[in-house]
Write a protein that binds this ligand. Structure first.
Ligand code: T4K
Length: 369
């Protein structure tokens, strides 16, 4: 039987891509903010209803350079969650800032907004919540807290491209939202990312920082990196953006099939579409409660693997448990995140996943629960 991976990238028809890249071959302008980069930036600005946007080589660099552009002092504290991909925590630490871990909500796995205020100290400068799996954080409560204490809000929106919440683009919340356009995401540019921001003065900093800090050939005002999106990636983005809605619709069908097959089983907690949100169906995270099922998450993971189905333990371990952060943090400070990281499994979901394949995955789960 064929292998089923957790995801497969959405790609356009090869002819469509060749047509899109043909003028790159003519112009020989391959990178450094060329015509495709500019066009994709314009289209994404429109799609995301963004006042300002900057493209990057990946979502991580969007996040890391956003924090650099904000110029917080060394050891300033950033309140965030450990239930996320390595990128979120690394972006904070690589800027010589201190992550302060807040626990997560049981229903959406996003930051528990009721626990943020108790973590604020005179050194706190920002809140960096994650719209994990495309679940939108309690943006209203976070906004109120940020205003009360004069904090910046930077959303890790890596999973949230295309989501509309209460009639607004997800990019409209916080000071900055950073998106990932990695191959595994709902919308991909092979590798890529973007920062959508409100404060106009961040614009030149972000632009310089992604190009070695260069303003012009003789003026280098920033200590920058190289994080420019190249023309071939931008061209992939232009193609994929045309088919985005179709991709999301196909994901919805997969999502609904899982719900149909797996709901009503005690000990299995399925994802819920949030009220007021138009989802992008990016992930299908399921909690397996060992105390009810007898078998735990790791057992289900192994049974699926034996059937050539490769679910993923996003996000286990917590970033606060990583070897590179040994003795710096305590996972016991975020008990809900700790428990959920041991119970969660993200099942395969992507536009090309056949319903028969979804049934095969569900059959393995149902036989073992
Ligand atoms: N913040 C959050 C919350 C994030 O989740 C991420 C990235 C970021 C920030 C940073 O954004 P980027 O800098 O990546 O733009 C994957 C992705 O590489 C990563 O982008 C993503 N989060 C994370 C959740 O998942 P891995 O280590 O699990 O990737 P990998 O190579 O194991 O791939 C996953 C599956 O996808 C495999 O089963 C195979 C399949 N696949 C993968 C690739 C690359 C394909 O079929 N084709 C492909 O080209 O991290």
């Amino acid at each position: 039987m064929d292998k089923i991976l957790v995801t497969r990238p959405s790609i356009p028809d090869i002819g469509e891509y060749m047509e899109e890249v043909a003028d790159i071959f003519d112009s020989r302008w391959l990178t450094n903010m060329g015509a495709k980069h500019q066009e994709l930036q314009r289209r994404l600005q429109e799609y995301l209803e963004a006042s300002h946007i900057e493209l990057f080589t990946n979502g991580h660099m969007a996040l890391e350079l956003t924090l650099q552009a904000m110029r917080f002092e060394d050891n300033a504290e950033v309140i965030t969650t450990p239930f996320t991909f390595a990128s979120t925590t690394h972006a904070i630490v690589r800027n010589r800032l201190k992550p302060v871990f807040c626990d997560i909500r049981e229903d959406s796995y996003t930051i528990d907004e009721t626990k943020i205020e108790q973590l604020i100290t005179p050194k706190t400068r920002a809140i960096l919540p994650v719209h994990v799996y495309g679940n939108i954080c309690n943006v209203e409560a976070i906004e109120r807290i940020a205003q009360r204490y004069g904090l910046k809000v930077i959303y890790d929106a890596a999973h949230a491209f295309g989501i509309v919440y209460k009639g607004k683009s997800v990019a409209s919340f916080g000071d900055v939202s950073c998106f990932s356009f990695h191959a595994t995401k709902v919308f991909n540019t092979i590798e890529g990312g973007a920062a959508v921001y409100k404060d106009e003065s961040l614009g030149p900093k972000l632009y310089f920082l992604k190009n070695f800090g260069i303003a012009n050939a003789e003026e280098i005002p920033e200590i920058g990196a190289n994080a420019k999106m190249n023309e071939f990636c931008a061209a992939m983005g232009l193609c994929n953006l045309r088919h985005l809605q179709d991709e999301i619709d196909k994901r919805r069908i997969v999502f609904e099939r899982y719900l149909n097959r797996l709901s009503g089983i005690e000990g299995i907690i399925l994802p819920k579409i949030q009220e007021d949100a138009v989802s992008n169906y990016a992930y299908f995270p399921v909690l397996f409660l060992q105390e009810i099922l007898g078998l735990g998450r790791d057992d289900i993971f192994s049974r699926l693997e034996e059937a050539d189905i490769y679910a993923r333990k996003y996000f286990f371990p917590l970033t606060s448990e990583y070897a590179c952060y040994a003795n710096m943090f305590s996972a016991a400070d975020t008990p809900a995140a700790y428990r959920i990281s041991r119970q969660i499994l993200t099942l395969p979901i992507y536009a090309g996943l056949e319903l028969e394949q979804v049934d095969r995955i569900c059959d393995v789960i149902l036989q073992n629960t």
